[in-house]
Design a protein around this ligand. Structure first.
Ligand SMILES: [Zn+2]
Length: 208
């Protein structure tokens, strides 16, 4: 069992990111059983849930003439426009039904502000609005954050980078995550993670 100062952060294991979902991540469903096994090795697990209002700024459908996967300049920077996904209280926003982490202590919902996206579980895409997760982890004595889930190159990577910037020791568990890989985003994410001092590891190292 991992120590009290270590947390498993499970990012966005939600129906809309699964094959057949509104914003499917290829092989996204393959993370579920790995995450379940990993979670049993941690006393402290936190889940995240992408959780948007229907009018959310990140949806291409909310911008006339725009199509999904284009980028658009927003007041806080460049935003990828996505298909409508993870709308609050819809089945697509629900956690995968086979995700089995009954001892998860916190589910942090992100992307709930209509005008700001939030890939990261720590800081929204304006890079200034905190979700409160860093304070929660500090208050509960966490020093090391193990990140996994969907998608490696967006919400997992951004969360890991922000965890590192907040002063935590951070690892990304590669085989407990799957990527979208849009325009080279996966290679870029691994490069950014390495440069930030985030450890890249496989689940077996934690399950041995
Ligand atoms: Zn989203």
């Amino acid at each position: 069992m991992k120590g009290a100062d270590e947390v498993l952060l499970v990012v966005d294991v939600q129906n809309d990111f699964m094959p057949g979902g509104a914003l499917a991540v290829a092989h996204g469903d393959e993370v579920v059983l790995v995450v379940n096994r990993l979670a049993r090795a941690f006393s402290h697990v936190v889940l995240t849930q992408d959780w948007h209002p229907a009018s959310h700024v990140s949806f291409a459908a909310n911008h006339a003439g725009r199509t999904p996967f284009e980028t658009m300049a927003l007041p806080y920077g460049e935003q990828v426009l996505w298909p409508v996904h993870c709308v609050q209280n819809t089945p697509g926003a629900a956690l995968h039904r086979d995700l089995d982490v009954p001892h998860a202590r916190l589910v942090i919902r992100k992307g709930h502000h209509v005008d700001v996206d939030s890939y990261s579980a720590f800081l929204e895409a304006d890079r200034t609005t905190p979700t409160g997760l860093a304070g929660y982890l500090r208050d509960t004595g966490v020093k090391r954050v193990y990140c996994c889930g969907l998608a490696t190159d967006y919400c997992v990577a951004w969360s890991a980078l922000d965890a590192r910037a907040a002063g935590f020791d951070v690892a990304v568990i590669e085989d407990a995550s799957r990527a979208i890989d849009l325009n080279g985003s996966l290679d870029a994410a691994w490069r950014d993670l390495r440069n930030a001092g985030v450890t890249r590891m496989q689940a077996a190292a934690l399950l041995a």
